[in-house]
Design a binder for this molecule. Structure first.
Ligand code: HEC
Length: 146
């Protein structure tokens, strides 16, 4: 039944999946930051926005500091809470039902830790790992059927 709480085992598996996904997405972003130069900023922005395709609700970058895309502000209660925490450098996870199915959702705070950040986000200013800018939000369906 869709209303039933998923088993602890299914939740643990979704959590493990989210950890794998987080590491993969961070590796891809790390590559993108490393290859960004003042000369290729427009192409780099396009590349990141294709990776974070708006149709993919399973991974989103969210922030309120002059977001590069208007849809990148919080879209629901989870994102609102998670972003508020991320702006203090805190991560957040939650098991939630969205559109009738269970998801393990996780938010990872991102700081202005790399010199490339401000090439694309000119409002961030010089590199400062203590400056929290927003969050990477991932969600993984719990249980079969995906
Ligand atoms: C090559 C350009 C580029 C670099 C470098 C870059 N970003 Fe972004 N960033 C983007 C783009 C493009 C988006 C919008 C992605 C989307 O949702 O399609 C984005 C989105 C974001 C968001 C969500 C809010 C918004 O502005 O839309 C945050 C927060 C963010 N980036 C933080 C960072 C941080 C922190 C760094 C450095 C560690 C960084 N970015 C480096 C291009 C870049």
């Amino acid at each position: 039944m869709a209303d039933d709480q998923p088993s602890a085992q299914m939740v643990a598996s979704a959590q493990k999946t989210s950890e794998l996904m987080l590491a993969t997405v961070f590796a891809a972003l790390g590559q993108e930051f490393a290859e960004t130069t003042p000369e290729n900023v427009p192409e780099g922005k396009k590349s990141i926005s294709l990776i974070f395709n708006d149709k993919n609700k399973d991974m989103r970058l969210v922030g309120v500091l002059n977001p590069l895309q208007s849809g990148n502000v919080p879209q629901d209660a989870f994102e609102t809470t998670a972003l508020a925490m991320a702006m203090n450098g805190e991560n957040y996870t939650s098991l939630q039902r969205v559109d009738g199915r269970w998801y393990y959702r996780r938010s990872t705070a991102v700081s202005n830790f790399h010199a490339s950040c401000s090439m694309c986000h000119s409002n961030f200013g010089p590199v400062n790992p203590a400056q929290w800018t927003g969050a990477l939000m991932l969600r993984v369906p719990v249980g079969g059927g995906e």
